[in-house]
Design a protein around this ligand. Sequence first.
Ligand SMILES: [Zn+2]
Length: 228
Amino acid sequence: MRQTWGVYEGFFKCLRLGISVEGRAIQAYLGPGPAENMTMILAGFHGDEPKGVFVARRLIEHLSSDPTAGQGVGWMIVPIVNPDGYERRKRRNAHGIDLNRNFPTKNWVLSSRRSRMFGGTRPGGEPETLAVIEAVRRYPPQRIISIHSISGGRECNNHDGPARAIAEAMHRVNGYPVSSSIGYPTPGSFGTWAGVEQRIPIVTLELPSTHSSKRCWEENRGALLCSH
Ligand SMILES: [Zn+2]
């Protein structure tokens, strides 16, 4: 396995959660904090949203250089859920499937293959989706932040499940609106699977894609650290 972020192994343990369609490793960084107070942070579900990946990687660096910053929390950070899509800067995985519509939720629907939100021919059918599900089962988080980015001034702290208080705490730092809906239906989304169905508090953090990566990090460092 090619290891590009091994320099952080002093603080984080690097785990391979699974393998993408094209054989790339889906890596997780597991901190030394208590497993019973686990915050799971995921980014790069959509390969064309590199600002989320940047922010997740900066958080890995930040916690590595200042372990007191996130004390008392068992961090698990997955910077790139969809490494094949990220390699090409494409939203979907190598099968042309939107991973954030591929989770086995009650509201999963078969959508058009031509849709950029095509959720596959069956829910939970993609290796990247299964790797995330397995990680949530093996390392049960108390809360999850899933980092995306969005255009048109629609940045928000979008909460699913019992996560309103977390979204409000994040809002006080990043200033983005708190919302219970992104404004359109998201059948088969990770938020619905984890938050609505598994009852794990989850905030889908939609970064403003018009802001620089650096600004996204500066606006959200405190928001991610206060999320517990
Ligand atoms: Zn996204």
